[in-house]
Write a protein that binds this ligand. Structure first.
Ligand code: NAD
Length: 267
């Protein structure tokens, strides 16, 4: 019988992850590397991504990064193709990079709408397509897309963001039906409120400095919304990611995992 730790052993697996420069992407890269995976990371912020790779390598892991703007199909293709060329296979694809957007529908400009669609949605489509080109011939693979808890509860100013993340959830479920027969699992994670750079706009001033009173208020408000009474940590999402790509989840596909402290449950 397979040992429990063997189920989470990712040795010999190659994981392509976007958004590894910060927050959830960084925590996921470090976690998968600790489980033995080789990380091929992409981020528009190459310096931050390189710091993630350096941390993995200094912990004895294997990682490389490549500057990638996920809104550009050619750059996403190049990242995935690099993984296959350098390491021979692409076992895991994590479409993680994304940005927040808060604007009333009445005030959202065309430029903002196009930008959020490109970064949060088209990028995931490009990443899935690039990955399955390698995974279908291999007859195996795992894709995890980052959606959001915003798909569960309508809230003012979140229309554009929630539209992209709802579409990511539907892409995930649809693709799972198409590639399941090829041995490929496709799942999504819809995190609740997770403390990362993404959340900073909630408690910083116009110059980007943290305002302690705002930070305390944000923490209090967000914690009160969750039955577990805390804001999430990127590691909470990384652990959900690890589970989904592990052999422990070998019968799980088309699923939306919700590490959110219970926020989406009806009271
Ligand atoms: N933090 C939260 O509360 C939360 C909740 C739900 C979902 N999410 C989702 O989680 C994902 C990761 O967010 P995070 O909280 O770690 O944010 P973060 O800001 O800490 O990290 C996002 C990373 O994406 C990169 N990125 C942005 N635009 C890019 C582009 N065009 N090309 C390549 N890389 C780009 C950034 O440089 C950064 O390293 C996002 O998709 C976000 O929508 C976050």
């Amino acid at each position: 019988m397979t040992g429990v730790s063997d189920l989470f052993d990712l040795s010999d697996r190659v994981a392509v992850l976007t958004g590894v420069g910060s927050g959830i992407g960084k925590a996921t890269a470090l976690t998968l590397a600790r489980a033995g995976a080789t990380i091929v990371g992409g981020d528009i912020d190459e310096a931050n991504a390189q710091m993630t790779a350096d941390e993995i390598v200094s912990n004895g892991g294997n990682a490389l990064v490549q500057r990638t703007d996920v809104t550009k199909r050619a750059e996403v293709d190049a990242l995935v193709d690099r993984a296959a060329a350098d390491f021979g296979h692409v076992d895991i694809m994590g479409n993680i990079a994304g940005i927040p957007h808060n604007k009333l529908v009445a005030e959202c400009t065309d430029e903002e709408f196009e930008r959020i669609l490109a970064i949060n949605l088209k990028s995931v489509f490009y990443g899935c397509q690039a990955a399955i080109r390698h995974m279908i011939p291999a007859g195996t693979g795992n894709i995890v897309n980052i959606s959001s808890g915003a798909i569960d509860t309508p809230a003012p100013t979140l229309a554009c963001y929630a539209m992209t993340k709802s579409a990511v959830a539907m892409l995930t479920k649809t693709l799972a039906t198409e590639v399941g027969p090829h041995g490929i699992r496709v799942n999504a994670i819809a995190p609740g409120m997770i403390l990362t750079n993404f959340s900073r706009h909630n408690f910083t001033d116009a110059d980007g400095n943290v305002v302690p009173e705002r930070f305390e208020a944000y923490n209090k408000r967000s914690s009160a919304m969750a039955p577990l009474r805390r804001v999430g940590d990127p590691q909470d999402v990384a652990h959900a990611f690890l589970y989904l790509v592990s052999d422990a989840a070998s019968f799980v596909t088309g699923e939306i995992q919700r590490p959110n402290g219970g926020v989406a449950m009806p009271w």
